[in-house]
Design a protein around this ligand. Structure first.
Ligand code: AMP
Ligand code: MG
Length: 276
């Protein structure tokens, strides 16, 4: 396999703004651009974990900008696993994970972005969204929880919201973890068979699975309409967990290296200070 440098992988996975995402044509088992086999790729990921830890410390110390990482996937797509593997080594201080569940009555009494805006990262922080405002054009669309004339206007609202966050110093990366329908079945079976995974099994997930095609269509539309230069989507083939983790890490580390956060200079000249 031809090796790709990391910016090559970014281009390869990114949904180019104003073009179709084309998720149906993307091979969910692809390992394109991986630095080697599973073992070699995991070793590369460990190095990226270290780099991410260092970059996060700098971002935190700099205290001027933020990073928002949005993770979306079909059920069993690997959002939880990716969060554990990608961010496992970073200082929990300065990292905030928000898992978006079905909205409460209070949240439903506000506009759909209300709860999301409150969860956005502060300066210096990495915010991680496990599900996000995109549920409002995914599950909401598939189950018609609001009429089409309401959800169809949300793509533009999302683009405005995200561009406003970017303008105020937040870098946004959005990942769609893309698995096949067979892989989802395999993962559900493991949840049923393995007592330690039983807790993850939800009967409702099987009902959602019956809407597979509608979900794929909703993802296709969301990714196509909201992948912008300011806040791009990356489609990560996610049948192989080791590839998924490496790809997500690569995009995040590369982006943060471009952000190049700096330790702030000391407030005063420290050279003459002596600690007795
Ligand atoms: P889980 O991530 O497995 O804990 O499940 C959370 C559930 O909350 C999923 O079924 C989501 O689709 C659902 N959910 C999250 N956000 C929304 C939303 N805005 N409207 C309706 N359901 C949502
Ligand atoms: Mg679930």
């Amino acid at each position: 396999m031809r090796r790709m440098d990391r910016s090559g992988i970014l281009d390869h996975l990114q949904v180019a703004p104003k073009s179709k995402a084309g998720i149906a044509k993307i091979d969910t088992a692809s390992i394109k651009g991986a630095p080697g086999d599973k073992k070699e790729t995991e070793a590369a990921s460990s190095e990226l974990n270290q780099r991410l830890a260092d970059l996060q410390e700098r971002l935190w110390a700099e205290n001027k900008r933020a990073l928002l990482v949005v993770l979306q996937a079909i059920d069993a797509g690997g959002k939880d696993g990716a969060i554990r593997k990608v961010f496992g080594g970073v200082n929990p201080q300065g990292c905030r994970v928000t898992s978006f569940k079905a909205p409460s009555d209070d949240e439903l009494a506000h506009d759909f972005l209300w709860r999301v805006h409150q969860a956005t990262p502060r300066k210096g922080e990495i915010g991680i969204f496990n599900r996000s405002h995109y549920e409002d054009v995914l599950i909401v669309r598939v189950h018609e929880l609001v009429p089409k004339k309401v959800w169809s206007k949300r793509y533009a609202a999302i683009n405005d919201f995200e561009s406003q966050l970017v303008a105020s110093g937040t870098t946004i990366l959005k990942f769609f973890l893309h698995i096949s329908k067979d892989e989802q079945a395999e993962r559900f079976r493991k949840r049923l068979e393995n007592p330690e995974k039983n807790w993850k099994f939800r009967r409702a997930d099987l009902e959602e699975r019956e809407h597979w095609d509608e979900y794929q269509e909703a993802f296709e539309d969301a990714l196509t309409k909201t992948s912008t230069k300011a806040a791009p989507w990356y489609v990560v083939p996610a049948d192989h967990k080791w590839y998924r983790d490496w790809a997500v890490l690569s995009v995040i580390v590369d982006t943060m290296e471009q952000m190049d956060p700096q330790y702030p200079p000391p407030e005063e000249d420290l050279t003459s200070i002596v600690v007795d």
